[in-house]
Design a binder for this molecule. Structure first.
Ligand code: CP
Ligand code: NVA
Length: 316
């Protein structure tokens, strides 16, 4: 396995390896300080980023590498050089390429043409690096992932998709509640259901937020307007998604002391109430910290060729 484009690219054993390695990285971030030997890892952002950009920068430094941060306006890619030519050129310079952009298809094309590992740092369809950090956070809190239930309330987006695949791969029940018209991609749902069948967990998609939250060990929220979605949709989305806000009434349906999770950035008073995100059961900053440990583990595992990949490669 060369790249990580979505969580379903991983086998259950790969996931376990990444989580164990992330814990090792957390307790000793500089243990592998010679891995990159001063080589460059390029991180490319066509959308804004705080956590992904800065956590990868720290992770690359811990591994003895040099982070080179670029965006479309700095590369000829922004003036029409092909994805394939760019991918082949950067493969001659860097040890890995981390990419945040819009279309999943662009990242697939990049990965297919590159000879170095390519990591999806958020696309319209997936956010696998976030889901790895989320699973690490759950594991730190609960010890064992298998048998937990996670509820996601809101827009069925990139974060939802990766969370569904990650929970299903790890044996965690995932219950997603969205308004009509905001459901997760049926292709992702089918992939997650297949993974869940193998791990013995369940994927539920509903329009009922309280049903989704019932008995959950963690309740997850994300923004109502993702990057790349037109601002023109803001008012409509606010109206449609309001009943899916994670607030005290929703948390009361979950398991006692259930965690609140959010990938950040958050909008208090929209997808989550201030009392929940700033309350004692919120783990949002642990998730943010874990972005760095899981990024470092992922880079290490891909550079060293330690991941086998899923038995059946998923291509979209
Ligand atoms: N959660 C996350 O990916 O944050 P950034 O957009 O700040 O990278
Ligand atoms: N769904 C959000 C996640 C941000 C980290 C977005 O794509 O903007």
């Amino acid at each position: 396995m060369k790249d990580l484009l979505r969580i379903a690219d991983l086998s259950p054993a790969d996931l376990e390896h990444l989580l164990v390695l992330s814990e090792q990285v957390r307790s000793d971030p500089h243990a592998n300080a010679d891995l990159l030997g001063g080589d460059t890892v390029i991180t490319y952002f066509a959308k804004p980023s705080t956590r992904t950009r800065l956590s990868f920068g720290s992770a690359i430094s811990h591994l003895g590498g040099v982070p080179e941060v670029v965006g479309p306006s700095e590369l000829q890619l922004g003036r029409g050089e092909t994805i394939e030519d760019t991918a082949q050129v950067v493969s001659r310079y860097a040890r890995a390429f981390v990419i945040r952009t819009f279309a999943d298809d662009d990242v697939q094309r990049f990965a297919a043409a590159a000879t170095i590992p390519v990591i999806n740092a958020l696309t319209d369809g997936h956010h696998p690096c976030q889901a790895l950090a989320d699973l690490l956070t759950l594991r730190q809190r609960f010890g064992e992932l298998r048998g937990l239930k996670v509820a996601y309330l809101g827009d069925g987006n990139n974060v939802t998709h990766s969370l569904m695949e990650a929970c299903a791969l790890a044996g965690v029940d995932i219950s997603v509640a969205t308004p009509v018209g905001y459901e997760p991609d049926p292709e992702v749902r089918a992939v997650a259901e297949d993974l869940a069948q193998r791990s013995g967990s369940r994927v539920t998609v509903t329009h009922d937020p309280l049903l989704a939250a019932a008995g959950a060990n963690a309740v997850y929220a994300d923004v109502w307007l993702s990057m790349g979605v037109s601002e023109d949709e803001k008012a409509l989305r606010a109206k449609d998604l309001r009943p899916y806000q994670v607030n005290a009434a929703v948390m009361a349906e979950a398991s006692p002391h259930a965690l609140f999770m959010h990938c950040l950035p958050a909008h208090r008073g929209e997808e989550v109430s201030a009392e929940v995100i700033d309350g004692p059961h919120s783990v949002v900053f642990d998730e943010a910290e874990n972005r760095m440990h899981t990024a470092q583990a992922l880079l290490t595992a891909l550079v060293l060729g330690q991941l086998d990949g899923a038995a059946t490669a998923v291509t979209s």
